[in-house]
Design a protein around this ligand. Structure first.
Ligand code: SF4
Length: 467
């Protein structure tokens, strides 16, 4: 394949620092210990572009850089923007700027918001030429190599002035067929672990989740079937990160890491047998881990697991279709603690049926579990979720609804609490959990380095100073 079929700029537009993974879109500043994640989705698309002979450039303008200058200097033929729901309106402005500076440019958007808002966006943003609907890599590849838009599944396009949709594209069956993310196009040193401040890469080990929880975008974005990469393919990417970029810390990104024990054990065995000497974290469900798995994960370098607990009220768990019990959570937390793996619990406050009592149950349960870190997210009905449809049907969405502070400030009232009441309960929950003397002493005992101390101190100050 000859080089220089054209130039492609792939961007996170100028905005506050925001995690823009389609499933997980959150401003990072307010969330204490959530680090900014590298633009792995763009790196996959850039790798696809390079494999087709294009020159690609990635820019995450939330971390710096000048969009207009890059347009002038790089003069791209294509612009791909990851549009996030919290910054939807300002992200879309990138297309206007691009067409002003590079009139011949072809503009493309991707993002979970388009699962619901693609037609509106095409009508609203005249400078936006294409929207990729669903999993982007194959649709993007066909578009840039010149396949006719009506033949490309997963594409919104214009036919004359009419907006058309080519139809949904099936999810990619064999994830091993994708090239490794183009990390050489990114300053990897920006993206660091929040505790030790070491550089951390995100490795996407699987996609999809069968549970389709009420508030979650994982199933709409990546499908109900868990598609796993082969352990060998993952280990090959880890080796590349070590050898080419000297990265030894990883977040194994998946919608659900430990649903297949045989696969987890095989991946861990390969990491150990190859002597990779890495540390990593992963997300686990509360009903799929056992002691054998946890021990093997620790031996392979796992030092943190995140568990979506969501609520301390069984009624809330049942209503959101989480399909776990509080006892499942208690047991899983105990198992990981036994093997010295730190635990990050996620909770959601402000679900439609939430009352002060159920929030109190959640705070009490978080304290009972006594894990290392928690986030209390405010429930956010992002377009694409069941929650969004419910909020629309039940008139919880109104002209005040904003996703600007997704997960940190409520977008909608519950049936019995106002947004402000939910926010107050959210602040109370954080303070009650993090400002316990027993918690502070426990975490101080676990700190191993000065950098870790400084980072925890900063997170603590953030917590104390929040209004
Ligand atoms: S199990 Fe986790 S990833 Fe899957 S839908 Fe529920 S919250 Fe989302």
């Amino acid at each position: 394949m000859g080089k220089n079929r054209g130039r492609i700029l792939l961007i996170y537009p100028p905005s506050p620092v925001l995690n823009r993974e389609d499933r997980c879109q959150q401003p990072t500043k307010e969330l204490l210990v959530i680090p900014p994640l590298p633009p792995t989705d763009l790196m996959y698309l850039a790798a696809v572009a390079e494999s087709e002979g294009f020159e690609a450039k990635i820019a995450d303008y939330s971390q710096g850089g000048n969009f207009e200058e890059d347009l002038r200097n790089f003069n791209p033929d294509y612009l791909l923007v990851n549009v996030a729901t919290p910054t939807f309106k300002t992200d879309i402005e990138a297309f206007t700027i691009a067409k002003e500076i590079c009139p011949d440019i072809t503009t493309i958007a991707k993002g979970a918001a388009f699962l619901t808002l693609a037609s509106e966006a095409m009508y609203f943003a005249k400078e936006l030429d294409y929207i990729i609907y669903g999993e982007p890599e194959e649709t993007f590849r066909e578009l840039i190599i010149g396949v006719a838009p009506y033949r490309i599944l997963g594409l919104y396009y214009r036919d004359d002035i009419r907006v058309k949709f080519s139809g949904a594209r099936p999810f990619i069956k064999d994830l091993d067929s994708l090239p490794f993310p183009a990390r050489h196009l990114v300053d990897n040193s920006i993206y660091r672990r929040p505790d030790t401040n070491e550089v951390q890469a995100v490795i996407k080990v699987s996609r999809g989740c069968p549970f389709h929880c009420f508030f979650c975008l994982a199933t709409p974005v990546s499908g109900a079937e868990v598609r796993k990469r082969s352990p060998q393919n993952i280990v090959d990417e880890i080796k590349e990160c070590i050898e080419k970029y000297n990265i030894k810390n990883f977040l194994f990104w998946s919608d659900i890491f430990n649903i297949d024990k045989k696969w987890v054990m095989e991946l861990c065995r390969l990491i150990i047998d190859n002597g990779l000497n890495i540390t990593w974290s992963a997300n686990t469900r509360a009903d799929t881990a056992d002691e054998e798995m946890a021990e093997m994960m620790y031996r392979a370098g796992c030092r943190l697991v995140s568990i979506g607990v969501e609520s301390g009220s069984q009624e809330m768990l049942d209503k959101i279709g989480k399909k776990i019990t509080l006892d499942d959570v208690r047991l899983t937390v105990k198992i990981f603690k036994k093997f010295g793996i730190r635990i990050y619990n996620y909770f959601v406050i402000g679900l439609p049926w939430e009352t002060k009592d159920t929030v109190e149950d959640t705070i009490d349960f978080a304290i009972e579990l006594d894990s290392d870190f928690i986030s209390f997210y405010t429930a956010t009905p992002l377009p694409g979720t069941k929650f969004y449809e419910y909020a629309k049907e039940n008139k919880l969405l109104n002209s005040d609804t904003s996703f600007k502070s997704a997960y940190f400030y409520p977008s909608v009232n519950t049936h019995s609490l106002t947004k402000d009441e939910v926010f107050e309960l959210h602040k109370k929950a954080l303070k009650k959990f993090y400002l316990r003397p027993s918690y502070i002493i426990k975490m101080l005992m676990k700190i191993k380095t000065k950098t870790e101390f400084i980072n925890y101190f900063k997170a603590g100050m953030n917590l104390l100073l929040r209004r």
